[in-house]
Structure formats: structure tokens, C-alpha cells
Design a protein around this ligand. Sequence first.
Ligand code: F6P
Length: 419
Amino acid sequence: MPLANLLYAQSGGVTATINASASAVIETARKYPSRIGRVYAARNGIIGVLREDLIDTRLEKPEAIRALRHTPGGAFGSCRFKLKSLEQDRAHYERVVEVCKAHDIGYFLYNGGNDSADTTHKLSQVAEALGHPMICVGVPKTIDNDLALTDVCPGFGSVAKYVAVSTREASLDVLSMAESSTKVFVLEVMGRHAGWIAAAAGLAGSKEGDPPHLILFPEVAFDEPRFLAAVKSAVEKHGYCTVVVSEGVRDAQGRFLAEAGSKDAFGHVQLGGAGPVVAEKVRAALGYKYHWAVSDYLQRSARHIASKTDLDISLKVGAAAVKLALAGKNAVMPIVKRLSNRPYRYEIVTAHLAEIANHERKLPPAYIREDGFGITRAARSYLEGLIQGEAYPPYINGLPDYVQLKNRAVKRRLPDYPL
Ligand code: F6P
């Protein structure tokens, strides 16, 4: 019986620190040569498993694996590919198990959000039903910070820091122009249906009058007349107004302010464009000159201004996932339990994937100011610890020195499987 191999895959929207988790998974696995054989990575997540397109990480130098800690993006490729219910997609699940059998995969680690937790959970059931002994463990990540149970999702602290920093910096720019030119700056941030990232922008200011003057959360229905009155009042009081708008903001009828027009494989509507929509409403009603920015992929790839706390968490969940797998804990995920706010202290604990799968954690009402346009003290206490510390990448020639892996494919053993 050969030594069990470990298969790691990345899924969903990537983050500034998902590769740090990958690095920790691979480095930790390499510490157990008598328990874990080879460490493979799937190219483009579960798609790579279905296609039997696996990458042999043994061919990557230790320095390259270490450099993943400071490299954004998903080093092995990620995917938006939904494995539906066991009934609907049985063939896909069986194919995944067949590929894992063919390559002696005894440990499957899936790095993703709530949809991926669901896939990992189902996979553990199919593997068992088909008699292939394989421990399936989820590794958490998502900038949206919407996973249940965990105090924070790896990747969120860094996007939160980027958004807070950008809000503060751009606001200084608007302030200097406001007397005779731009009076309103609108920054659109991601986060889908949860306002965690928008809330993080609130950290940019600390006292009354500081930007952002208005935050538009997906949890609060957009009320146009109230919003425009608030913009007018901020401009009259402070000379300018910084607005942070979440991509997931909806009106009272539940319609998104902006949909980019397509859906992904999970049926999620692609969001994006709420910023320009809001800015144009301001111009039309109040006549103020504006600028808007959609932080889009900039926010989730901004490894240069990552949170050290987030980086540490991302590394720890990667290492913990391997240890859980070695301990034979099936269908679980390492998550973060907060121990204190100031300083932010936490420990890594374990949750069952069934408790994580398909739940979406929204911003609690206690974190949203009474007028609906800002964050409360409780939100600040929650968020502050998560952006602490900097972990700059090395720079060469004025630019971050990011690694690109060789990503050599493992020899295939099975016939093609058309997708
Ligand atoms: O789920 C993470 C996320 O970045 C969301 O905030 C955003 O709506 C979505 O992914 C964008 O997904 P994609 O990169 O597939 O368009």
C-alpha cells in the first residue's frame, strides 16, 4: 500500500493571502514524510481534479513555496464551478473519487468559502460510500467574511486594510480639491450580500466628520432621497463627502443598484457598478462634481498592503488543516475563535463542514449605526484587530517580487473526462 498523497485545491474568488495558506499546507505536509507521500495541487480547483490535471508540488523549490506567502492571486488557479447535489451531479463526485483513487490521494484539502465547504463535505460522503479512504478538510478563505462560525475569514483582514487605507488616502485628495472642483468621491467595494468590507472602510475615520461620511451597506435598503440629503449635508458641513458603497446594495424592492449582467456557475449574480450609479445620482440631483472608483480586483489582490494579522491567520489555518487531516478528522474545517479584542488574540478551533456549508453571515445590526450610514463602536472593536500589522513583500526594481510556480502536471492515469 503506497503512502497516502495529499491533494490541495483553491476555489472561488482568490484573496491576497490564499497562497499563504497554500504555502503552509505544503510546508506542513513536507514535515511528515513518513505519513504523507506527495503533495499535489489541482489546476483551477475542482475542474483540475475532474480533468485529472494535477500539479506536482515536489518540483517546486522550497524558496518558491515560501514565496507564496507574499504572492497574491491563486498560484494553482481557482475556479467557479459548482458541484450540485449528490443526486444531480453524482457522476462528477464519482469522477473526483476515481481520480483521487488513481493517484492514491488519502487527504483532500479544499481552500474556499461556503460553497466549497459544501463540495468538500459531499465529497467526504461519496468517498466513504465508494470505499475510498480519504480525509476531506476545508481550508477557509473569502474576502467577503461571510462564513458562519469563524471569527474572521482568512483574506478579509487584508481587504479590510486596503479599503480603509484607500478611503483615508483618497479622501485627503478630495479634501484638497473640494473648494473649486470635486466634492464627492465614491468608492465601490466588494463583499457580495454582506457588508463586512464596506464596514471596514469605516476604520479610515475615528472622529465626527472624518471620512467616509456615508457607507452604503447591503444590509440597509437604499433610500435615494435620504441618501442625497445626507450627501448634501456632508458637503455643506465638511466641504466634501466620501461615500463607500458595497456592490451588494439593493433598493427597498430588493433590486441590486447594479448588476454586471451575468451569473457564475453557482448562480450568483455578478455584481459591480453600484459606485458609478450612486455617483451619477448625486450629480443629477445635486450637481456636485464627483469621482468614483471601483476597487474590484485591486482590493483582493493588494498583497503589498496586506494585514500581518490576516497573513498569520491564513498561515495557521493551512497548517492546522494538514494536522486535522493527519489526525483523521474528516469533513471539518479549522476556524478562528476570538479570545480578545485589544490586542487581538485568537486560537484555531475546529468546525464541522456541515455547519459551515451554504450559510452566509451578514453584518449584524449592532455593527450598523442607527442612521444606517456608518459603523458602531462594536463594529470598530471587531474590525480593528483584524487589520493590525504590515507584512510587506520583498521588492525588486521598485516592484513586489512575486513568485510564479512551474506548475508541472502529474502524468495522467485515466481516460479523458469531458466537462
Ligand atoms: O466572493 C468573493 C468575491 O470577490 C465577491 O466579493 C465578488 O462579488 C465576487 O467574488 C467576484 O467574483 P468573480 O471574480 O468570480 O467575478
